[in-house]
Design a protein around this ligand. Structure first.
Ligand code: FES
Length: 169
């Protein structure tokens, strides 16, 4: 029979050991788990609830408030396409449609091989070089179909995208 301790999620326990069990540690703890697993699994939430004396609903409320704390596993590469005004005016919707076709998924979905997740995002602060997107945490600016093709092709070969804001376009 498994003990209580064995039932606890190991990454959640590691996060608690680092940041403590008080309520104020919840956000750093959630970030730690997300950074290690790319999402917050249900058994980690149960562990936090037990260890921090919080209700799972309360923890889920915090997670869903922050869009960068996902409850489902994301792909290895997460593409965030900015859908705010400056980017929309410069063709962001066309880029999103093109990526959907290229990856065979809709926004909010992950490819079956767990390689790519596609997300729509709010302004990422690159309006002056719209349309923009984030490839993981790396900005891509003045995005067009050629660049999208290049990014996806390189990522499929495990060649990371270094960002193109340094380039004169
Ligand atoms: S509106 Fe897209 S980066 Fe600001």
């Amino acid at each position: 029979m498994e003990t209580f301790q064995e039932n606890r999620h190991p990454v959640a326990l590691e996060a608690l050991a680092r940041y403590g069990h008080e309520r104020k540690a919840l956000l750093p703890v959630l970030h730690f788990i997300k950074d290690h697993l790319s999402y917050i699994p249900e058994d980690a939430i149960r562990t936090l609830a037990l260890e921090m004396h919080l209700s799972p609903v309360e923890i889920q409320g915090v997670i869903t408030f922050y869009s960068y704390l996902p409850l489902v596993r994301k792909g290895k590469h997460v593409l965030h396409v900015c859908g705010s005004m400056a980017c929309l005016l410069k063709g962001a919707d066309e880029n999103l449609k093109f990526l959907c076709e290229l990856l065979g998924i809709a926004p909010g979905e992950t490819t079956a091989d767990q390689q790519f997740s596609l997300e729509e995002s709010h302004c990422i602060g690159w309006c002056h070089r719209a349309p923009a997107m984030l490839v993981g945490h790396t900005p891509a600016v003045e995005v067009d179909k050629d660049l999208l093709n290049r990014i996806v092709k390189d990522l499929k070969k495990d060649e990371p995208f270094a960002g193109n804001w340094q380039e004169e376009i």
